[in-house]
Design a protein around this ligand. Structure first.
Ligand SMILES: [Zn+2]
Ligand SMILES: [Zn+2]
Length: 253
């Protein structure tokens, strides 16, 4: 069964230095595509700086793969909204950068709602209606797991979680607290997920299973943090039952 390798990066939040580190690793291995789940923007920089940084992030990632599938997050939408209020030279530069982004061959914007073939009969979309067993569903955040997908990937909540076929990619970097997070490399075939490698960039993050919420699978949270479901049931808990044993998928921890 032929497989493909995909790197998944959670919320980047202007973490350009961390992205350099990730790309250094990705270039040393062979990956077929990168998935970015949104929230490239950050609040610690001004709007122009934030946009310039996003462009650099995409440029750096393009050195690791010529196929980067992206969705946008709430932080990015907020940034775009602020950018529309700029005038004069800044406005000119914004248009220049957005045009440049649009024309980057390596960036495939899934917010088009279309479905793309990554390779070997494996597809990707952000349109839930087009999801099936051979398709990876990418969204910044959704309320329910797409149990009919090959893999459901999202971010936004700033913790990692795996509950097959669902992966919350967590975050690569959070600018406001200057903290590195994690990224993933998954091997998939038309059959499903074959292997998952989790790359944790900070010794503060650990794997955690809640004794009360065993059905939620495995979390990647800060050492001093509690189970995300115990903390905030409404936002963290899924209502459907998609959990399968994940142990066999982990190469090493
Ligand atoms: Zn978000
Ligand atoms: Zn975020």
């Amino acid at each position: 069964m032929s497989t493909i390798n995909i790197a998944i990066l959670g919320d980047i939040h202007c973490g350009l230095n961390t992205v350099h580190e990730v790309v250094e690793y990705l270039r040393s291995t062979s990956i077929d595509a990168i998935i970015l789940v949104g929230d490239y923007a950050c609040s610690s920089m001004d709007t122009m700086q934030s946009l310039e940084t996003i462009v650099k992030i995409f440029e750096v990632l393009s050195k690791a793969s010529d196929r980067i599938f992206i969705v946008w997050g709430d932080s990015d939408i907020e940034l775009f909204h602020k950018l529309t209020h700029l005038y004069g030279y800044s406005r000119k530069r914004v248009l220049e950068l957005l045009k440049y982004l649009n024309n980057m061959d390596s960036i495939i914007d899934l917010s088009s709602g279309e479905k793309y073939e990554i390779d070997r009969g494996i597809y990707i979309t952000s349109n839930r209606e087009l999801v099936d067993r051979k398709t990876i569903y990418v969204v910044h955040t959704d309320i329910n797991i797409a149990t009919n997908s090959l893999l459901h990937v999202e971010g936004h909540r700033h913790y990692g979680q795996i509950r097959i076929p669902y992966i919350n990619a967590g975050y690569v970097y959070i600018d406001s607290i200057d903290r590195k997070g994690m990224y993933w490399v998954v091997e998939v075939s038309r059959r499903g997920i074959e292997r998952i490698d989790i790359h944790i960039l900070s010794s503060d993050i650990h794997e955690y299973r809640c004794p009360i919420h065993k059905d939620e699978g495995v979390f990647y949270i800060m050492r001093n943090d509690i189970c995300p479901v115990c903390k905030d049931v409404l936002n963290a808990r899924f209502t459907d039952d998609a959990y399968l044993a994940t142990e066999s998928l982990f190469k090493s921890m």
